[in-house]
Design a protein around this ligand. Structure first.
Ligand SMILES: Cc1cc2nc3c(=O)[nH]c(=O)nc-3n(C[C@@H](O)[C@@H](O)[C@H](O)COP(=O)(O)OP(=O)(O)OC[C@H]3O[C@@H](n4cnc5c(N)ncnc54)[C@H](O)[C@@H]3O)c2cc1C
Ligand code: SF4
Ligand code: SF4
Length: 390
């Protein structure tokens, strides 16, 4: 990879900091980027970064990726189901792994107690700790920034991260297998993008709270989907979750997210998403009890889920026979892979730096798309580049 590919298409996972002590610098756009200072770093990052395109080559050509089984489900613990992002599947499975002694800890992120705009890495060992970090943080996170330091202490861990965090982790373990035995399993979630710190400040302003007075932000959860809520010392204001995403947070995401090949967690053992209810084949966001769609992506993931059902941690129902519906439930993810080729092409035609993706593989994804749609998307990307939006 070239240095500018690594920097521009960094996901912010933090693994190069953990392993190579790579420095990061804050940019005014609210994201942090690596500073690649020597060949050793360049070589390491070329092997592990998401934008190196190795995961793309392993990805299935289908919309939802390879799976052993797919379910709908939720946590049987009502507190977890209420507080969590969706049905609490991720948290409930993590609690099962910790309580049953399958892992020594769960590597995950949570709120930084010292900053409402910070996200801190934790190694959670108890149910209480795991539940305290549930929910979605629609702001920068670097779940792998201290990974090597944690694994060096020995023990077995479950890692919870964004799909790209799991891709980088797998790339790392493939190239440097010394820690392979320390990773018991990986859990991820559907991901449409990683918003910046600035996006959260915009959310605060929209809710009439000065960014510097913010004490806490809850992006969703405490219900499904729950409200986006900004807290200060003397008030808490909120807006609908879907408006906060569509109007503010989702408009200010990392560059790699716009060319992400896998927002549905194909690299993890278990991947969960929102299984929204449908009305006229469109997702609806009325408050109700949370439900996840859950993919067991590996045999191990399937065994974990099935045993967690037996031990009473989660409820699962078969969803494989209804998988076609997911195109309506998650329309953005349904289209993502299919339209990656014209987006990538548009960027390339305009001479922009792009990730190390195999064009033929991307072309495969959009082979059944109408030609006119592909042309329009390419043109749309070209226009966005001309307007300086990409
Ligand atoms: C950046 C982001 C984008 C998302 N995009 C989508 C989407 O496109 N479609 C969709 O269906 N759902 C999306 N979600 C929400 C997704 O987490 C849930 O839909 C998913 O079903 C998990 O629900 P759960 O109830 O099992 O999660 P929970 O049980 O609440 O567990 C969530 C876990 O995610 C971890 N976590 C939270 N924020 C971050 C973060 N920034 N980085 C790393 N780990 C984190 C927490 O530590 C926790 O362990 C997104 C979440 C995030 C953080
Ligand atoms: S994607 Fe991860 S490993 Fe690659 S440069 Fe960014 S933080 Fe480092
Ligand atoms: S959209 Fe893709 S690249 Fe962006 S944070 Fe999510 S998984 Fe990572």
């Amino acid at each position: 990879m070239k240095k500018d590919q690594i920097i521009e298409y960094c996901t912010g996972c933090g693994l190069c900091h953990s392993v190579n002590d790579t420095r990061f610098q804050d940019e005014p756009n609210g994201f942090t980027y690596p500073v690649i200072e020597n060949n050793e770093q360049l070589e390491f990052n070329s092997k592990i970064c998401q934008a190196n395109g190795t995961h793309l080559l392993k990805q299935d050509d289908t919309t939802w990726g390879h799976y052993f089984n797919v379910y709908s489900g939720y946590s049987t613990d009502t507190e977890i189901r209420f507080k969590a992002a969706s049905g609490g599947m991720t948290t409930a499975v993590a609690v099962y792994l910790a309580e049953r002694g399958l892992v020594d800890g769960v590597i995950q992120v949570g709120e930084d107690p010292d900053s409402p705009y910070g996200t801190k890495n934790f190694v959670s060992k108890t149910k209480e700790e795991i539940v305290s970090h549930c929910g979605s943080r629609y702001i920068v996170s670097s779940p792998l920034a201290n990974l090597q330091q944690v694994l060096s202490n020995g023990g077995k861990y479950a890692v919870i991260g964004r799909p790209c965090d799991i891709v980088v982790l797998n790339n790392y373990l493939d190239n440097y297998p010394q820690f392979k035995e320390n990773i018991y399993c990986t859990l991820t979630f559907f991901c449409a993008g990683s918003p910046s710190v600035e996006a959260s400040k915009k959310l605060a302003k929209r809710l009439e709270i000065e960014p510097e007075s913010v004490t806490k932000i809850r992006y969703r959860g405490y219900g499904w989907p729950g409200k986006a809520t900004v807290f200060s010392e003397d008030k808490e204001n909120h807006m609908e979750y879907i408006d906060s995403w569509n109007q503010i947070l989702g408009r200010d995401i990392r560059k790699i997210c716009k060319l992400c090949t896998d927002g549905v967690g194909e690299a993890a053992d278990i991947a969960s998403g929102d299984l929204w209810n449908l009305a006229d084949n469109k997702p609806v966001f009325n408050e109700t009890d949370g439900v996840n769609v859950v993919f067991a992506r590996s045999e191990k993931g399937r065994k974990i889920l099935e045993d967690a059902v037996k031990k009473g941690y989660i409820h699962l129902e078969d969803y494989a026979s209804r998988l076609k519906e997911l195109d309506f439930v998650q329309p953005n993810h349904s289209n993502r892979k299919k339209l990656l080729y014209p987006r990538f092409l548009g960027m390339k035609l305009m001479g922009k730096t792009v990730p190390n993706y195999d064009m033929n593989k991307l072309k495969q994804y959009c082979k059944d798309e109408p030609k006119i749609k592909v042309m329009k998307t390419t043109l749309g990307t070209v226009k966005r580049v001309l307007k300086g939006k990409l």
